[in-house]
Design a protein around this ligand. Structure first.
Ligand SMILES: Nc1ncnc2c1ncn2[C@@H]1O[C@H](COP(=O)(O)OP(=O)(O)O)[C@@H](O)[C@H]1O
Ligand SMILES: [Mg+2]
Length: 236
């Protein structure tokens, strides 16, 4: 699925009627199967942008073009699992038609096989994130959106989840947008990097990451990060 984004402006009004512009002039396209990574300061408008792209928010100026019948998988910052349903049922409710073998394979890659019958309250944050990811992938999405999937995970766990996502993305052509604060994750997973300014978020840079993901060595990753360090504004 190809995605064309041209958002002129997104404004929130608070209870006092004051208007806050959150997004301004964000235009980019993602080719089918491309992985775009969005990096920007906390509170700049990244989640707001993702909600517009998935069609959860229509109240903005501009346009978003994508195939109307595209299947969308979204992983929110909070895992948002149904607490009274098992891991397996959380996934099956979202993807009732998922093939049993495919579901087992997905759970195996995400190291969730032993947790099928557990309830969300029994899971650590890292596990719950993986369940949310399994749920999003079980629908075989054409467009996958991941909002800070590595936040609040320790480094080793985040690295493992990142590698699991990389494996899963090789599996199917999935146009993907990932939000992360971590440049290492961005450079390891992305085909293109979108750097946003602080609020109102504007697109500061849209950078193709070369060489392609599959051919990117650790030395390449270090070199790209070096490049980026000069562009990325300090945001703490
Ligand atoms: N529903 C809303 N109503 C009013 N303001 C909002 C709403 N959602 C987000 N905002 C504000 O918009 C800005 C961007 O929020 P968000 O997109 O969540 O940022 P990010 O995901 O980049 O951290 C923040 O200042 C936030 O307070
Ligand atoms: Mg956010």
């Amino acid at each position: 699925m190809r995605l064309e984004v041209d958002i002129a402006s997104k404004v929130f009004a608070n209870a006092a009627g004051e208007r806050h512009e959150v997004l301004r002039n964000i235009a980019f396209t993602l080719a089918a199967g491309e992985v775009g990574v969005i990096v920007g300061p906390s509170g700049c408008g990244k989640t707001t942008l993702l909600r517009i792209l998935t069609g959860l928010d229509h109240d903005y100026q501009g346009s978003v073009d994508r195939a109307a019948q595209a299947r969308i998988g979204m992983v929110f910052q909070e895992p948002r699992l149904l607490p009274w349903r098992s891991v397996e049922d959380n996934i099956l409710l979202a993807a009732p038609k998922v093939d049993a073998a495919r579901l087992s394979a997905l759970l195996a890659v995400l190291e969730l096989s032993a947790h099928r019958s557990h309830f969300p309250g029994e899971l650590s944050l890292g596990l719950a994130r993986r369940v949310a990811l399994a749920r999003a992938l079980a629908v075989e999405p054409d467009f996958l959106i991941l909002d800070e999937p590595f936040a609040s995970l320790d480094q080793a766990l985040a690295a493992r989840l990142r590698d699991q996502i990389a494996t899963l993305l090789e599996d199917r052509v999935t146009t993907t947008l990932l939000v992360t604060h971590n440049l290492d994750d961005a450079v390891r997973l992305g085909d293109r990097l979108f750097l946003l300014s602080k609020r109102p978020a504007t697109l500061l840079h849209a950078l193709p990451l070369r060489p392609p993901r599959s051919a990117r060595s650790d030395a390449d990753i270090t070199a790209i990060k070096h490049e980026l360090a000069r562009l990325k504004p300090a945001d703490g």
